[in-house]
Design a protein. Structure first.
Length: 136
């Protein structure tokens, strides 16, 4: 992948995340996004943080979930939560982000998955789900 294409994806990442994940603030009561300037954007709610990460070298965009339940703190990958919750196969959560088209497709699929998993992360089965996927 050329430097120009990689730079375009990196420059667009923050704006694309803010647009697509705005529902976290508008509908779900999260604060954010908090930006670190290095390809990380995070949204925060009590006992839950959602972080979008762009890795330009590996050409992927992933969503990480940090959650606490029953005294247990976990960092998990959205794809694992989606699969372990029985919502579908891992292939539904796209992460490849080598081009602008791929980035948008990845973020859109992650928004769909996150909307489906959020109620479960706030429900009774949250601790079990977080433990199953911690570190994966």
């Amino acid at each position: 992948m050329g430097a120009k294409r990689s730079g375009t994806v990196a420059r667009a990442f923050g704006d694309e995340v803010k647009q697509r994940f705005r529902f976290l603030v508008d509908e779900e009561g999260f604060l954010g996004p908090e930006e670190d300037g290095n390809g990380f954007l995070a949204y925060h709610a009590p006992n839950l943080a959602i972080t979008m990460v762009l890795d330009q070298r590996s050409r992927y965009a992933r969503t990480l979930v940090d959650g606490g339940a029953d005294g247990f703190a976990a960092r998990t990958e959205l794809t694992c939560l989606y699969v372990h919750a029985g919502l579908g196969p891992a292939q539904h959560v796209v992460w490849s982000a080598g081009t602008m088209h791929a980035l948008m497709k990845a973020l859109d699929s992650q928004v769909v998955a996150l909307r489906k998993i959020l109620p479960m992360l706030r429900g009774e089965g949250a601790a079990k789900l977080l433990r199953e996927c911690h570190g994966k």
